[in-house]
Design a binder for this molecule. Sequence first.
Ligand code: FES
Length: 217
Amino acid sequence: MTMKGLSRFVEALLSGRRPRPFPADDADAEALRVAIELRAARPGSNAPREEFITGLQRRLARDQGEPPRAPVRRFLLAGGAVGAAGAAAGVIAEHARIGARPGPGGGPLTPDLGVWHPVAAAAALPEGAVHGFAAGGVDGFVTRSGGRLRAVSGVCTHQGCRLTVHAGTRLRCPCHGALFALDGAVLQHRLKAPIPALPRLAVRQVNGMVEVYLPRG
Ligand code: FES
């Protein structure tokens, strides 16, 4: 597929329209998988229907003679909106490199190519405080409770809306009202299906600064 065609496909995907089908080679399929994950990671936007994602993956797998993959897992880490114009292959490749995987035993997400980003002065995060940050393309919250630092993604795991602090002790989704604890656990929602807890992020305090391990850049 040409770069122009790929951009058109991704633009359609980002704007929620159904892209025109085309025969995909390996490189196209990989770029499109990343585009789907980017689409799912955009805060403040409606994610594509699960059936659409699954159907697209099946078609890609069939075109390549592969068994169908499990539906895309949405980490919902990314914080900056990815504009359609920025969805050209260079941006796709950059975000493909970012990636993230849960730590051993389902611990905090660890970006593949991460660095420690300072997100707050330690003095600005006393016991019981909640501090929002945007760094490394990620929106999140750091908290200190019982002397322990925690960091979680600040993007709702339902459809990617940005969360807000509620009553100083909860994270609330303004879109459909899901409520999360500061450690990321789902406290309540009125959705038909369960939603995952917020991804946890590695956090530390060094030289008077609170740092979170996030994608580079
Ligand atoms: Fe639906 Fe958050 S986006 S509850």
